[in-house]
Design a protein around this ligand. Structure first.
Ligand SMILES: C[S@@+](CC[C@H](N)C(=O)[O-])C[C@H]1O[C@@H](n2cnc3c(N)ncnc32)[C@H](O)[C@@H]1O
Length: 194
């Protein structure tokens, strides 16, 4: 299925509704506190951050808190149910610097060079987020000095090496299970993305 159709699929919305329960479980909060994982992304107050596939918002509110009101968080999610759930949470918390957009990460429609930090947290590898299309779009929206932060769970499945092979990013560091990459100038053509 084309990723653009994701948000409209009743089957996928129902399926993800079930998995949404585990995304929000107390056990998950206890085993992997979201703030600790987010610390690995080296978020700085005032940044403009794009969170890809925010799901039910496990990372969204803690990330918004770390960015602060001088910054901006764009939480992107194609599934209508999840996007609505996160919107409700954001409204409830009175966070005016968070915007939830129901969109496909392969075609974000965001301005080029407008984002300081992209969070790919718990979203790759995923069939509707092929790296060969996702990475060029993340490279496009990131500022020249922007960073891509990737948290992979439960398996890395060759993603870190595929990101480096793409030629679009270079690895900076790994902390709390989060890989950080600097946006490359893009001078070199991408090499065989996964
Ligand atoms: C395993 S969930 C993780 C959700 C959240 N990041 C978390 O860790 O709790 C994967 C999420 O990626 C979203 N997703 C799938 N394909 C996508 C696409 N093409 N663009 C943006 N998000 C997508 C799904 O709808 C789902 O919410």
């Amino acid at each position: 299925m084309d990723a653009a159709e994701l948000g409209k699929s009743r089957f996928l919305n129902n399926l993800f509704k079930l998995s949404g329960m585990s995304m929000e479980s107390r056990m998950r909060h206890w085993l992997m506190p979201p703030k600790r994982t987010l610390e690995g992304a080296d978020i700085k107050p005032g940044q403009t951050v794009l969170e890809v596939g925010c799901g039910t918002g496990f990372f969204t509110l803690p990330a918004a808190e770390m960015i602060g009101e001088s910054g901006r968080l764009i939480a992107l999610e194609p599934l209508a149910d999840f996007a609505e759930r996160v919107r409700t949470k954001v409204l409830g918390a009175g966070l005016s610097h968070v915007e939830v957009i129901q969109r496909d990460a392969l075609n974000t429609q965001l301005e080029a060079a407008s984002i300081d930090l992209v969070l790919l947290f718990g979203v790759v590898p995923f069939p509707t987020l092929p790296l060969g299309r996702l990475l060029p779009e993340m490279h496009r929206v990131l500022k020249a000095d922007g960073t891509l932060a990737v948290w992979l769970f439960p398996t890395t499945a060759g993603v870190p090496s595929a990101i480096v092979r793409s030629g679009l990013f270079t690895e900076i560091a790994k902390k709390n299970g989060v890989y950080r990459y600097a946006r490359s100038s893009g001078a070199q053509p991408p090499r065989a993305p996964a």
